[in-house]
Design a binder for this molecule. Structure first.
Ligand code: ATP
Length: 439
């Protein structure tokens, strides 16, 4: 359990560490950058992939009633008509008459421009979907959209997955992948970007049972963030008020996280009723009900949707893991990731650059790397090498020393407590497995 109460309140520290250590950098930098676009470097990819894998594991591996899907990013344009996105997926846009900045009407302060206090224009709806054209002719008939959410790819495949997989409600379909929204005010690093990744699951339930399942999924999802180390104090649950809820939703909860600038949504969990399936029935002409043997009735399930952002969760796990503590005259910066999320699981650091130690270290490394992502480092003092690993959140540093040559044990140094333990080389992978899987 995390002891530290440190909470980073300066995003610049996170952005600079992410850049310095190859987690996340500004995109297209050699061309002067491209606003609000970010590229994931080697360690950023590993962190994000670990988060997605942990999500998918909790959905499709640890339980029997959720299956995965990977649908297309560009779907038939009718899908977005049916889902209501073409008509309703808009934000109210205003322009400042003085400084000409654009804002979402809900971001205004006292009805005026948050930047210069100027008067703003009347709000007009702005559709957030990215438009493109299929094929060489750029006319209306060729218009298509990049998906603004992964959920609709699930609804349109619901019936075929249920049939081919012989599923019956309650069951869910989970999808991970990129989504695109032409946000009016992207920002706060990777919190809000125009291209991002989502982790969404649609859980189909018998009519009348949705309220219980909504409670169930709110708790499951909160537990998931806690299991992977987000501190409870930095999370809160907020129920949407009636005017705030999407028109189809009968109940929505947001799991919010205390980001450095303020609380912000991490995930929304909504009771969508049978809105989506009804809409797709109407627009496609397909009957999306199924015949329930028990009640001898055609049933259209209702849906509970936990919808999370994978890139936004990456930011939350990064912010929450960030810790600083005094270290003599310096400051030790540590990313206290849960071991399952840490990009690098173990670093192999021979005590000295002597062949007998480096050879043993390389031998150990080839053994451990079959199971886990590792780094090897023989340059600089051992203290400095530990600090380099702390800064990228590596939970364990394995050091072969002269005693290792005598008794086939190595020291394993723990990132959080900084204590060292001697472990027999033969037990090393099992020892690591136990700590990495169980946190
Ligand atoms: P917000 O109110 O922040 O715009 P939303 O309520 O529109 O979010 P949903 O449509 O419920 O978001 O999407 C589910 C999740 O996808 C959000 O909780 C968030 O984690 C993530 N998400 C949505 N938009 C973005 C974005 N532009 N950049 C990064 N993540 C996003």
């Amino acid at each position: 359990m995390r002891q530290s109460t440190f909470h980073v309140d300066d995003m610049a520290k996170i952005v600079s560490l992410a850049k310095r250590r190859g987690l996340i950098f500004p995109s297209s930098e050699i061309y002067g950058g491209f606003a609000n676009s970010w590229d994931y470097g080697p360690l950023g990819v590993l962190l994000k992939e670990n988060i997605k894998a942990a999500w998918m594991q909790s959905m499709a591996q640890d339980r029997d009633d959720v299956v995965p899907i990977d649908s297309s990013i560009i779907l038939a344009p009718r899908v977005w008509e049916a889902s209501g996105h073409l008509k309703n997926f808009t934000d109210p846009l205003v322009d400042c008459k003085v400084c000409h900045k654009r804002w979402r009407a809900d971001e205004l302060r006292d009805g005026r421009c948050p930047e210069c206090g100027g008067e703003v224009t009347a709000a007009r709806p702005f559709n957030l979907m990215f438009k493109t054209y299929i094929g060489p002719v750029e006319d209306e008939a060729a218009v298509a959209y990049l998906r603004p959410e992964t959920a609709q790819g699930i609804f349109i495949n619901f019936k075929s997955i249920m049939t081919t997989y012989r599923l019956k409600p309650p069951f869910g379909i989970a999808q991970l992948g990129k989504s695109f929204r032409n946000e009016i005010t992207p920002g706060n690093f990777i919190f809000r970007t125009r291209e991002f990744e989502q982790m969404e699951m649609e859980f189909f339930v018998m009519p009348g049972t949705a309220p219980e399942w909504l409670d169930y999924w709110v708790n499951e999802r909160k537990d998931w963030y806690e299991r992977y180390g987000l501190r409870t104090d930095n999370m809160r649950l907020r129920e949407h008020t009636e005017d705030e809820r999407a028109h189809y939703s009968r109940g929505t909860f947001d799991i919010e996280y205390r980001f450095p600038w303020d609380w912000g949504e991490l995930e929304g969990i909504a009771d969508r009723g049978d809105f989506d399936l009804t809409q797709h029935e109407e627009f496609s002409g397909e009957d999306l009900r199924y015949f329930d043997e028990a009640t001898k009735q055609h049933i259209r399930p209702e849906v509970i949707e936990p919808a999370a952002g994978a890139t936004r969760a990456t930011l939350a796990f990064l912010v929450d893991a960030y810790d600083e503590e005094p270290d003599g005259d310096e400051t030790r910066v540590v990313l206290r990731f849960h071991p399952a999320l840490a990009p690098v699981k173990a670093a192999i650091l021979p005590l000295q650059r002597k062949p007998e130690l480096t050879n043993l270290a390389k031998e150990l490394r080839s053994k451990v790397r079959r199971r886990y992502l590792t780094q090897y480092d023989e340059t600089g003092s051992i203290g400095r090498r530990y600090r380099r690993q702390d800064e990228i959140g590596t939970p364990f540093c394995i050091t072969p020393d002269f005693q290792s040559l005598e008794d086939s044990t190595v020291t394993v140094r723990d990132r959080d407590s900084m204590t060292q333990e001697r472990i027999p080389i033969d037990d090393l992978t099992n020892w690591l497995e136990d700590r990495i899987e169980n946190g």
